[in-house]
Ligand binder design. Structure first.
Ligand SMILES: Nc1ncnc2c1ncn2[C@@H]1O[C@H](COP(=O)(O)OP(=O)(O)OP(=O)(O)O)[C@@H](O)[C@H]1O
Ligand SMILES: [Mg+2]
Length: 460
């Protein structure tokens, strides 16, 4: 049967072909299944990354708990959804913090009342950074202090060109040794002004102020109150660029403002009158008051309102901007510290203040902006956004470009600092009550005596 193909042989070949076809199909099916699995995994990873990004970025206009009585209870601070705790460390994954031994300390920048900041070099990269040892008051017995957690959480989520960049958090050998690794800046505005022979030029003041306010606008837009704005917490590099620092007092807020916020915030000289009067319901306007004080300080080259205590601080404020009354600040008498006071009627010059006269170098637009920022009534103070579009910045001289800023020798970059005495940020605890007797002593008129700039207050 030569030359003809066996039927059986064909069958065999068909069989073999079918087996191969079957195997091919099986392989294709497996390959498809594998591809699908890989795709599903990729989608899941992307979703996780997105979720992590959401967590690390504070949602614009995010609302959080209003209750400051829970300031010490991390568990109560929740985001809108109520599911994700607010105090968290945004990371791309969990990894242990590095040790501070990766950095070599070059010089102390500041050994303040509670803080310890030094200039350091990362050994591996040679990069210069600022190391801030965190204040670790664990006396409350609640573990890692909530203030320190807030500072880390807020700084790591508030990424902006005018907010100091927190690179990482490192630890020392003891459990209480926690350090912030930040970008290093050559100056803070307080130390720099103390060293300068002349005040900043008007064009420079505008540039500094615009940057400070842009940083604050970002914070307020993201529901963060700084609560300790002052020249020593405003850093500047040698290119005239500003970064806000020291978020040890910062916290998130909400609208309407939380009801029982601690009053003991903001260093005395920069503290708004409503805080001095003991309000526990306040908002972004307290930061705007501090900006007013900083503006005045930049013009004067010295702090504007250097009160010796709360009462003296109020006295100086009233001398500068006048006294409040029910028209200019409706409801101010209901504040704890103000309720017992009554404005003496018919005092010559009552309510006027002398702000304009005290800033002869400011143009009328500049003086109006300063007066608006230093409005006694918090509702009359402009928002950060409003300040940024104020006519003062449009009139000559125009703001100087940062590239044109002069360079100054950096104290932080070398020698140890000598600090001129000024009050520290308040420490947590009971807010001191305004001593009414003391206050009445200052404001009540003794027989035939005129007090301050033509105004007087007496006990109701
Ligand atoms: N990133 C930085 N680069 C350079 N200097 C810095 C940096 N951060 C802080 N400093 C310097 O250290 C000082 C203290 O820093 P910071 O205000 O953050 O600490 P603090 O302990 O809260 O201080 P204080 O209680 O005195 O306000 C600042 O005034 C500034 O001079
Ligand atoms: Mg500080």
């Amino acid at each position: 049967m030569t030359g003809s193909k066996s039927r059986w042989a064909d069958d065999e070949a068909d069989k073999e072909a079918r087996r191969r076809e079957k195997e091919e199909k099986k392989r294709a099916k497996l390959a498809k299944q594998k591809r699908q699995e890989e795709e599903a995994q990729k989608t899941a990873e992307a979703a996780t990354a997105r979720a992590q990004e959401e967590i690390s970025r504070p949602a614009k206009r995010r609302r959080i708990s209003n209750d400051d009585s829970n300031e010490n209870d991390v568990k109560h601070i929740k985001s809108d959804s109520g599911s994700a705790p607010l105090l968290r460390f945004p990371t791309t994954g969990w990894s242990p913090s590095r040790n501070v031994s990766n950095f070599e300390s070059l010089n102390h920048i500041e050994e303040g009342s509670y803080g310890w900041v030094s200039r350091a070099k990362e050994t591996a990269t040679g990069e210069i950074v600022a190391l801030k040892k965190m204040k670790m008051d664990t006396s409350s017995g609640q573990g890692f202090p909530v203030d320190a957690l807030r500072e880390i959480q807020i700084l790591s989520s508030a990424k902006h060109r005018h907010i100091v960049d927190l690179r990482e958090v490192v630890v020392g050998d003891k459990p209480d040794d926690v350090y912030l690794v930040m970008q290093f800046l050559e100056h803070d505005l307080k130390t720099l002004q103390e060293e300068m022979a002349e005040p900043f030029l008007p064009s420079e003041i505008k540039t500094l102020l615009l940057q400070i306010v842009a940083g604050v606008e970002f914070l307020h837009d993201n529901w963060i109150l700084h609560r300790d704005l002052k020249t020593s917490n405003i850093l500047m590099n040698n290119r005239g660029e500003i970064k806000l620092a020291d978020f040890g007092m910062a916290r998130q807020f909400s609208d309407p403002p939380p009801a029982n916020l601690t009053q003991l915030v903001v260093t005395l000289w920069y503290r708004a009158p409503e805080l001095l009067f003991g309000t526990s319901k306040y908002g972004t306007a307290i930061d705007m008051w501090s900006i007013g004080c900083i503006f005045g300080e930049l013009v004067r080259k010295e702090p504007l309102l250097q009160g010796r205590n709360e009462v003296d601080q109020l006295r100086r404020i009233f001398l500068l901007v006048g006294t409040p009354d029910e028209d200019s600040w409706p409801g101010f008498r209901r504040l704890a510290g103000a309720s017992a006071l009554k404005l003496m009627k018919n005092s010559p010059g009552a309510g006027k203040g002398s702000l304009r006269a005290q800033f002869p170098l400011l143009t009328s637009a500049g003086a109006s902006l300063l007066a608006a920022l230093l409005s006694l009534n918090p509702d009359d103070r402009p928002s950060a956004q409003e300040v940024l579009s104020d006519p003062y910045f449009l009139e000559a001289p125009r703001p100087k470009t940062t590239a044109m800023f002069p360079t100054f020798p950096s104290k932080a970059g070398g020698e140890k600092r000598r600090r001129v005495a000024s009050p520290n940020a308040p420490q947590r605890g009971q807010a001191p009550k305004i001593n009414m007797e003391e206050l009445s002593g200052i404001f009540s008129r003794k027989e035939g005596e005129e007090v301050g700039a033509g105004f007087a207050l007496r006990m109701a």
